[in-house]
Write a protein that binds this ligand. Structure first.
Ligand code: F6P
Length: 401
């Protein structure tokens, strides 16, 4: 009798354990369901700072991955952080992102005057007052009902993202900028397209320069880093590359160009980054605009350098400022793919609840790094960079020797 009762008790205990185990498995399946196929996540996405080719490819990849793979809802925030301050967003669907992979600009709009802690508000008399509107951002974030905001942008956007994270708002960063100056990632999208445009422009300038035996100065973008000048210049075969990281002297610039002329080179191409520093000191600033996240609007160094070259060498010199041509239009295949990989990775991170990070490319692999690492320092051109060394081997001057 005793044995039979013991057997029944054991059987009851086994059944209860089995029920507990089944309940546990069910709970785990429910959790997995929330973060995978049947995700009830709502994701916000914005594009901040200067636009660049590839932004639409990110918006497309995020929307499609989030909807198709996770069943999530995607809200497009308009005009960068301005849309979060003012409460402007719209739901994105498959049709909104269909066919936009090759489209330049951003279908969401962007702004480099959207810093919530330094927000320019237009007063009735037309002047602007700088206000702290960060609380509006936090309120609108709650109102929109999203779980996380994907902030696609450069250093300015990542700095704002970091501050919002510190205030408790979940954010994931996606690195973009034609300048390619964000640390913690090997490459930002937009840079390859900009370099390609610079290369094509130099090809064109070279034929007219050769016909007239001129020096052609081409001013390209790059506020704090000379990556566009270096890559675009090298690809186009520039003879001199002037970047913010390497101080140049007039003496060396003139001597190099005069030597080329003496050696019967019919023309010289000087590719200069807008952020390069004049030997007498400082950048050439076109305008200071306190409403911008970064007040300095650079531009004009090409004209200054061209004038000095003509005066110092006697060689007829012309200047071309490529400006926003470097940012507009279709992304290259490389930028489309990088943007797509970033977008897909960011959507996956969002739908699996991994916030406070930035997607990054390291040795060809897409990873997630803490946003604070991305803003720790500017990624600049170093003297031992392999392309700088290759340039030196080819006799390309950096105006410093
Ligand atoms: O940061 C990207 C960039 O294109 C810089 O190279 C350039 O200095 C800046 O944006 C120009 O900004 P904006 O379009 O506001 O004049």
């Amino acid at each position: 009798m005793t044995d039979v009762r013991c057997g029944a008790d054991r059987c009851l205990i086994d059944m209860l354990s089995l029920i507990h185990l089944l309940m546990l498995i069910q709970m785990l399946m429910l959790i997995q369901l929330k973060f995978t196929s049947e995700c009830t996540m709502k994701i916000g996405i914005l594009t901040g700072g200067g636009d660049c080719p590839g932004l639409n490819a990110v918006i497309r990849a995020v929307t499609q991955t989030a909807m198709r793979e996770y069943g999530a809802t995607v809200m497009g925030i308009e005009d960068g952080f301005e849309g979060l301050v003012d409460g402007r967003w719209r739901q994105l669907g498959e049709r909104d992102v269909n066919g936009i992979i090759g489209l330049g600009g951003t279908i969401l709009g962007t702004s480099n005057r959207g810093d919530p802690w330094h927000y320019p508000v237009r007063l009735p008399d037309g002047s602007y007052e700088i206000q702290d509107r960060s609380q509006d951002v936090l309120n609108n974030f709650r109102k929109m009902g999203v779980d996380v905001v994907l902030a696609t942008g450069g250093d300015g956007t990542m700095n704002i993202a970091k501050r919002l994270i510190d205030h408790g708002m979940p954010v994931i960063g996606v690195p973009k900028t034609i300048d390619n100056d964000l640390s913690a990632t090997d490459q930002t999208f937009g840079f390859d397209t900009a370099s390609q445009i610079v290369c094509e422009a130099i090809d064109r300038l070279s034929t007219t320069a050769s016909s007239h035996q001129r020096v052609m100065v081409i001013e390209v973008m790059g506020r704090y880093a000379g990556w566009i000048a270096l890559h675009g210049g090298m690809a186009g075969g520039a003879d001199m590359i002037l970047v913010p990281e390497i101080a140049f002297s007039w003496e060396h610039v003139f001597a190099n160009l005069q030597n080329r002329q003496k050696n019967r080179h019919r023309f010289s191409i000087v590719c200069i980054a807008e952020g390069a520093h004049l030997p007498e000191g400082g950048e050439v600033i076109r305008e200071l605009d306190n409403r911008r996240t970064d007040a300095k609007q650079l531009g004009g160094i090409g004209a200054v350098v061209a004038k000095r070259i003509e005066e110092g060498t006697g060689i007829e010199t012309r200047v071309t400022v490529l400006g926003h041509l470097q940012r507009g239009g279709s992304p290259t295949a490389f930028d489309r793919l990088l943007a797509t990989r970033y977008g897909t990775a960011a959507a996956r991170l969002a739908c699996t609840g991994q916030f406070g990070v930035m997607v990054s490319s390291r040795h060809g692999e897409i990873k997630a790094v803490p946003i604070k690492d991305a803003i720790a320092k500017t990624r600049t051109v170093s003297l031992d960079n392999d392309l700088v060394m290759a340039a030196r081997s080819l006799g390309v001057s950096f105006g410093n020797e």
